[in-house]
Design a protein around this ligand. Structure first.
Ligand code: PHE
Length: 332
């Protein structure tokens, strides 16, 4: 019996089962009702009394060894099941939610890229401005009714009040005051107007305005630049239409519509205002209006973005609702 116990101890020490099934079979073979160890215990009853002490100890040792071996194998089998479940190498990886450009940024970049191709530089200026750069130098005399066109947020009153710029034309004034001629720039930026917020108006929006000043710049040059821009922006078949308009800083002035075959009604959509820079404006910035002429234009970025994606409510651009913003993920 002693040899059989030793042989079983050796067998248990060398046992290697990896699945639940194999472990259960080993348990039944050793400790089951008819298992090897159970049978040894039965035989033990008939053993000579003088041998009982030594063999009894050995048998108990064998049983403990079998039980702990089986537990040990169960533990490691459970662990490897857990490990293999969490390391399923065939599982596709979790994708990280990536941010994307805001639709206003996408359109602003598109507009700027088009004018960069035409040789325009980008100029920027402060959002908090003074009356001179926003109104006075742009030929809005005090009390001029045109100031009412742009409901202004004033920060201070006085001789040259500080205010939030109502258009980016003030950046053009700063450029005319400081840059060497000729000037060819686009001025992107945020502008502020004291307006009730609705689907079609907001107190903050973005503009890109442009300015070209050189000798002999004509209305025809302006029309051509705007036509080329419209075709780059809205497609090669696009037509433009100019309607007479009024701005204090340009003379003559026009509003520009682009042809539109999906929109209902007239088939034309207004996209920008433009005109030949008024000689008073050139002179206010120290430019000789006898020698130089130029044109300026300005457009609202949200407005163009609304046309491009058929967005009906301007407020979508300011609310940062991820469901809206995610629609623009594919634009880089
Ligand atoms: N500054 C004008 C606006 O805010 C746009 C404009 C710019 C019109 C330049 C003509 C020339 O509406």
């Amino acid at each position: 019996m002693k040899d059989r116990i030793d042989a079983l101890l050796a067998e248990i020490a060398g046992l290697k089962c990896s699945t639940e099934n194999e472990i259960e079979q080993a348990r039944v073979r050793l400790l089951g009702k008819r298992g090897d160890i159970t049978r040894l215990f039965e035989e033990f009853r008939n053993i000579a009394p003088e041998m009982k002490r030594e063999l009894g100890q050995k048998l108990n040792q064998l049983k403990t060894a079998a039980i702990s071996k089986i537990e040990e194998m169960r533990d490691s089998a459970e662990q490897s099941v857990a490990v293999s479940a969490s390391y399923d190498l065939t599982k596709p990886g979790d994708s990280y939610p990536l941010g994307s450009r805001h639709p206003v940024s996408i359109v602003r970049k598109e507009i700027i890229d088009i004018f960069r191709k035409f040789g325009y530089d980008v100029a920027e200026g402060p959002e908090i401005e003074d009356d001179w750069h926003v109104f006075e130098a742009l030929n809005f005399p005090p009390e001029h009714p045109a100031r009412d066109m742009q409901d202004t947020f004033f920060i201070s009153s006085g001789n040259n009040p500080v205010l939030l710029r109502t258009h980016t034309s003030c950046v053009q004034v700063r450029a005319m005051e400081t840059m060497p001629l000729p000037i060819r720039i686009v001025c992107p930026g945020r502008v502020f107007r004291n307006e009730a917020i609705s689907a079609r108006a907001h107190c903050i929006f973005h503009q890109v305005e442009g300015l070209y000043i050189d000798e002999n710049v004509t209305f025809a040059d302006m029309k051509q630049a705007i036509l080329l821009f419209a075709r780059e922006m809205f497609g090669a078949e696009t037509q433009i239409r100019m309607r007479p308009s009024y701005f204090p800083f340009t003379e003559p002035s026009a509003e520009v519509d682009v042809s539109c075959n999906i929109c209902k009604g007239t088939g034309w959509l207004e996209i920008l205002g433009c005109g030949m820079v008024d000689p008073n404006v050139l002179e206010a910035s120290g430019i000789d209006s006898k020698k130089y002429s130029g044109f300026a234009f300005g457009m609202g970025v949200e407005r163009i973005a609304m046309l491009k994606w058929q967005v009906k409510d301007l407020r979508n651009y300011f609310e940062n609702d991820l469901r809206f913003l995610k629609e623009f993920e594919t634009y880089i």
